[in-house]
Design a protein around this ligand. Structure first.
Ligand code: DGL
Length: 270
């Protein structure tokens, strides 16, 4: 009864951590495509092909349900995968919708027409590919009216995190927040629309100021997965073992993951 968790690299570990805490009895197989990260500067075709290859590998591990714990893949590839590629007995889900439902105060699957919501000025921080896809704005428009979204493509941040250069990552986060604030001086809420960014959440919060509510995905995705599995238990696949797979160097990735999650994580070659 395993579930697959996919990311281009280390960022999905923030989601893995939350789903493991929420669903301790479920084995999770994590796939980090570290050899090909960052995805955020790749073309949509490239992201589609890499994400499909990783998803197939997770199916081979007995994960009939795969969570794309990567906003870039969710934004640039998920719709095409669901419409043209995923067979009926499998499921691939993204991480966007739970976040937008939280922002717009909706219950899961509430498909009523868009309505006014409390938050009017939202800052979105995401990778260049996610921002270019406008997927966030599209999903938001289905649910809310009158929300002004200012999106900041945060070039370089994922790369710096993957390289373990925290000083650079921090400096980049501060400069991206500054750039956004020049265009939207007083956001009420900020969305961390990349699963790598919670690793820098305190820096975002500090640069934005205490008055800005920062939304990040991990716990929201964990709640929504628990709810999904209650309604659709048939998508718990036949896999039995938790494991961590990477296309990168397993020793390097294991060290970084252990440092981020503050518990011993051992990756094996995918
Ligand atoms: N964690 C991925 C996301 O949520 C990072 C994508 C990348 O590799 O650029 O978008």
């Amino acid at each position: 009864m395993a579930v697959g968790i996919f990311d281009s690299g280390l960022g999905g570990l923030t989601v893995l951590d939350a789903v493991t805490r929420r669903l301790p009895e479920v084995p999770f197989v994590y796939f980090g495509d570290n050899a090909h990260a960052p995805y955020g500067v790749r073309t949509a075709d490239d992201i589609f092909n890499l994400t499909c290859a990783a998803t197939e590998r997770l199916w081979d591990e007995g994960c009939d349900l795969v969570i794309l714990a990567c906003n870039t893949a969710s934004a640039a590839a998920l719709k095409r995968m669901q419409e043209t590629w995923v067979p009926p007995e499998k499921r691939v889900l993204g991480v966007f919708v739970p976040l937008i439902e939280a922002l717009t105060e909706r219950q899961w699957g509430d498909n009523s027409p868009p309505r006014e919501v409390a938050v009017k000025h939202v800052a979105l921080f995401a990778t260049p590919a996610t921002v270019a896809s406008r997927a966030f704005q599209r999903e938001l428009a289905f649910r809310a009216i009158g929300v002004d979204v200012e999106a900041q493509p945060c070039g370089g941040v994922v790369d710096a995190i993957e390289q373990g250069d925290e000083i650079l990552a921090e400096a980049l986060v501060r400069s991206h927040v500054e750039a956004l604030k020049r265009r939207m001086p007083n956001p009420e809420a900020a969305i961390l629309g990349c699963t790598h960014y919670p690793l820098m959440e305190t820096v975002f919060q500090e640069a934005l100021g205490a008055g800005v509510k920062v939304y990040s995905q991990a716990n929201l995705v964990a709640e929504s997965l628990a709810d999904y599995l209650t309604r659709r238990p048939q998508f718990l696949g036949p896999g039995t073992q938790s494991k961590f797979l990477t296309t990168g160097d397993p020793t390097y990735v294991s060290n970084k993951a252990t440092q981020f999650l503050r518990r011993k994580i051992t990756f094996e070659a995918a």
